[in-house]
Design a protein around this ligand. Sequence first.
Ligand SMILES: [Cu+2]
Length: 154
Amino acid sequence: MSMRVTTLMMSALLLAAVAACGAAGSSGSPAVAGGAISVTGAWVRAAAAGATSAAYLTIVNGTAADDALTAVSSPVARSASLHETSVDASGMAGMHQIDRIAVPAGGSVSLEPGGYHAMLMDLAADLEAGSTVSLTLTFSVAGPIQVQAEVRAS
Ligand SMILES: [Cu+2]
């Protein structure tokens, strides 16, 4: 395979991944509390097995200590990571992996389309709208918190 073809394939893969965590959607589904960190409105974009999806939610830190989301995992995804979508100087939207999302004491942070999100890669099964998937969010202080996320059509 030539270098050029490889580059084109990489570009196509990146575009598909960006599309998976792009625009649209809203929040507002059941909340699951764990300790004094609570997570509300968790949802995941519908996608086919083998594809990439993204999870969105709001984290409320009701504790007196600063905390940070440091990892995410789900049985439906063979790998998952924290991402941030940003727009570069030329106006191109892209995303990059980040190590942590800070949640200050008494504060909250939202993972939402166009911003922070949890990228779910290499899905083990189809994610169909109306179903529910389990996510494990790991915090540096609070530890792991499991939440249920509703699958929604994009
Ligand atoms: Cu992403």
